[in-house]
Write a protein that binds this ligand. Structure first.
Ligand SMILES: NC(=O)c1ccc[n+]([C@@H]2O[C@H](COP(=O)([O-])OP(=O)(O)OC[C@H]3O[C@@H](n4cnc5c(N)ncnc54)[C@H](OP(=O)(O)O)[C@@H]3O)[C@@H](O)[C@H]2O)c1
Length: 288
């Protein structure tokens, strides 16, 4: 299939590019240099030039602190641009696959969020991503919106200065820093390899609607950091912190329920801990 992919050099996009190329698809891989999402005319131009069968949007303005300072930019990139892409897809009968976030939820539920739960975001990033979801839905295009959470991969997260949480922890420990990590935000960290691996089947089976993709189980960011150091045997001065120290509100509980995904015939997702161990084994040389 001919597939157009945005954010192709991002943490998630780069692994999707690899998987879809290996699966034999023709992928038009777009980086920020090829396409600035606030330029709706350029979006239109590229879609019409390539006429893909599937458009996958992984690009986003997702640094939570930056979004809070620049709400207009957040809405333009995370809502208006995907909304416009969806309208183009509807007009040209292109399937649209868009990535969203656990930050559309407040965390007040205290059990894994399923696809039927009502979103109630706490910050500009979450609000802008939710608005994007709603604009896509209202376009009536053939669509799949995938919510993911706490992602990490072999390639850097570009919005987080090239580090993911695991690499940040290893980096801080190697410098002998005291590492304070919040123990009052519960997540299910998920490697992008697990997400990217589902894409060929999601496309092949033409899965529609809204889908949560996540590892199983849950942990606080502090538990997650503790497991990184326990598994690698690295000595670190790790101490628990509280999210009330941060000015920006984040969900205290944003685990995504993955049962719908599994009911659609996808294999059982690994636990967050097994997935972390596998990732740490993979990056073992020369990172630590
Ligand atoms: N990271 C997480 O923990 C997390 C959690 C939940 C959901 N998500 C969602 O997952 C998706 C992928 O995240 P990621 O971790 O792969 O992010 P990433 O590594 O920062 O990659 C984002 C990509 O989007 C591009 N981009 C940013 N602003 C753009 C713009 N205005 N126009 C065009 N391209 C732009 C970036 O290019 P430049 O770097 O060159 O600007 C980069 O290629 C996003 O939709 C995000 O909302 C992420």
């Amino acid at each position: 299939m001919k597939i157009m992919l945005t954010g192709a050099n991002g943490q998630l996009g780069s692994e999707i590019l690899e998987v879809l190329t290996q699966d034999g698809h023709e992928v038009i891989a777009l980086t920020h240099d090829d396409l600035e999402l606030s330029d709706l005319f350029r979006i239109k131009e590229l879609i019409i030039e390539h006429l893909p069968q599937v458009l996958i949007n992984t690009a986003a303005y997702h640094n939570v602190n930056e979004c809070e300072k620049n709400p207009q930019k957040a809405y333009r990139i995370n809502a208006e641009a995907p909304g416009f892409m969806a309208r183009m897809c509807n007009y040209l009968h292109i399937k649209f696959i868009h990535f969203s976030t656990d930050y559309v939820f407040s965390g007040n539920l205290n059990r894994p969020y399923n696809e039927g739960d009502s979103p109630d975001p706490l910050n500009v990033y979450g609000l802008s991503k939710l608005k994007g979801e709603n604009l896509i839905r209202s376009s009536s295009c053939k669509q799949l919106i995938i919510r993911i959470s706490g992602i990490y991969g072999k390639n850097p997260c570009r919005a987080k200065k090239g580090l993911n949480f695991v690499k940040l922890m290893l980096d801080k420990a190697s410098r002998g820093e005291t590492i304070q990590v919040v123990d009052d935000q519960i997540v299910a960290p998920t490697p992008v390899s697990e997400i990217a691996a589902t894409l060929p089947e999601l496309i092949h089976k033409d899965v529609h609607g809204l889908l949560h993709i996540s590892t199983s189980g849950e942990c606080s960011w502090y538990d997650y950091a503790r497991e990184i150091f326990a598994y690698t045997g690295i000595e670190a001065n790790l101490i628990p912190g509280k999210s009330s120290d941060s000015a920006i509100k984040r969900p205290s509980y944003s685990v995504l329920d993955n049962r719908l995904m599994m009911s659609k015939g996808f294999g059982k997702m690994p636990s967050w801990k097994d997935a972390l161990h596998k990732y740490l084994d993979e990056i073992k040389e020369p990172a630590y």
